[in-house]
Design a protein around this ligand. Structure first.
Ligand code: HEM
Length: 402
């Protein structure tokens, strides 16, 4: 790898949440891979071109675990990002098991059941926001606090089988587990979460239902090696994979549409456009600047650059989805575009297992907003909105009015 002096530091500085394209454009033109330093101070390769990102996501010579775990670089110092360690074989076996255990949770039948619940939830949040709007002197409400933030965790509660009466508790435990503070708060919350999940699994034993915890209790009855620790790991994994990602796609989607009145008008006139609109939100609002972290398990050549076994490789889905060689007028938000192969849910073996659920949530959110609040607009300049300090990108406030 090249010297530290030539390396770009991640995350990239940028003036606002909607303005990252020019830098990616420069990087894609310059080279197939860019030497960077991760936020934790480690060297890595950043891949920004569509063809290479897609090919490497499907390439078995790269894995999520480091071939020598103690040498693994970290993409971030955040507590929630402690990725897998161990050999590639262990990684593959664990991964196959994870997918097998979680697959029933995302069946078409479960998605139909969840979809009615998502609609109920969205209508409930909007009823409250409309009442708040009518009572507020300036008519401004925060769509982040009132809809984007609480919805995904409420949906994950239903997916897992957490009773509605425990939703507040679950919500606060999940926030505390993701807390970046160094005082052991995240660790304590995880212990409480483990006890809570074990209690819930016990309580369900007599009356198993159509939810993840019931699925895992069923798995336990046929697989002695499966224990509560693994159950907790899988549930925490779903929470971290499915919460922030969805919160931020709702927020970015609202920003994209509010800053493009003609697109919002088209959607309010015809909510049949919602599926294509959501795909375009997923393309241009793909998860964060940091991208997906992999390690090379053998030496490999990427566009003429030699990557050595053990090197960290960051696949920038966000840059790939904005590549002019894959998308005509890539920066234009255009739900009518013909290309439909964005990498916003990843690609290959790790393709997002929750993609159908995320799509369901996003479609219901945007169709319902378009139907019920067609006159909605941002109450502040999009450039002024505070950016969330998370790796998946997004805003922490979304003041709107109508
Ligand atoms: C994997 C994006 C929602 C569960 C992924 C990956 C991406 C992604 C890019 C691939 C990661 C990689 O290759 O390293 C998103 C986005 C979402 C979303 C943008 C929201 C719009 C969800 C939801 C759930 C979920 C709602 C479940 C409740 C998972 C899991 C994986 C995953 C378990 C790991 C799959 C594997 O390693 O085989 N997601 N996701 N995601 N996602 Fe999602």
């Amino acid at each position: 790898m090249s010297t530290a002096a030539e390396r770009l530091q991640l995350p990239f500085e940028r003036p606002n949440i909607l303005d990252i394209a020019p830098l990616y454009e420069v990087l894609r033109r310059a080279a197939p891979v860019t030497p960077v330093t991760t936020p934790a101070g480690d060297p890595a390769w950043l891949v920004t071109r569509y063809d290479e990102v897609r090919a490497l996501l499907g390439d078995k010579r790269l894995g999520r675990s480091h071939p020598e775990p103690e040498r693994a670089s970290r993409i971030t110092t955040a507590a929630v990002q402690d990725g897998p360690t161990g050999s590639y074989e262990t990684e593959e076996a664990d991964h196959a098991r994870m997918r097998r255990l979680l697959t029933p949770a995302f069946s078409a039948k479960r998605m139909r059941m969840l979809s009615d619940h998502v609609q109920e939830l969205v209508d409930g949040y909007l009823d409250r926001l409309i009442a708040e709007h009518d009572a507020a002197p300036d008519g401004v409400v925060d769509l982040h606090a009132g809809l984007a933030f609480p919805l995904p965790v409420a949906v994950i509660c239903r997916l897992l089988g957490v009773p509605e009466s425990d939703r507040e508790l679950f919500h606060s435990l999940s926030e505390r587990m993701a807390s970046p503070s160094a005082d052991g708060e995240a660790h304590r919350a995880r212990e409480e979460f483990s006890r809570y999940m074990a209690g819930l699994a016990e309580a369900k034993r007599g009356a198993l239902g159509e939810d993840v915890i019931s699925d895992l209790v069923r798995a336990q009855s046929t697989d002695e090696t499966f224990d509560y620790a693994e159950m907790v790991r899988l549930c925490v994994g779903l929470l971290f994979a499915g919460h922030e990602t969805t919160v931020n796609r709702i927020g970015l989607g609202v920003l994209f549409l509010m800053t493009r009145p003609e697109q919002w008008a088209a959607l309010t006139a015809d909510t049949g456009r919602v599926d294509a609109t959501v795909e375009e939100i997923m393309r241009l609002g793909a998860p964060g600047d940091l991208g997906l972290l992999r390690y090379a398990h053998t030496d490999l050549d990427v566009g003429g650059v030699e990557i050595r076994a053990g090197d960290a490789v960051i696949l920038s889905v966000n840059a790939a989805n904005r590549d002019e060689s894959a998308y005509a007028d890539a920066e234009t938000f255009d739900p009518d575009r013909a290309e439909r192969t964005h990498l916003g849910f990843g690609h290959g073996a790790h393709f997002c297992i929750g993609a159908s659920l995320a799509r369901t949530e996003l479609r219901i959110v945007f169709a319902t907003l378009a139907r019920r609040l067609p006159g909605m607009r941002l109450a502040e300049d999009a450039d002024e909105l505070p950016v969330r300090p998370t790796i998946t990108g997004g805003v922490s406030e979304l003041p709107v009015t109508w």
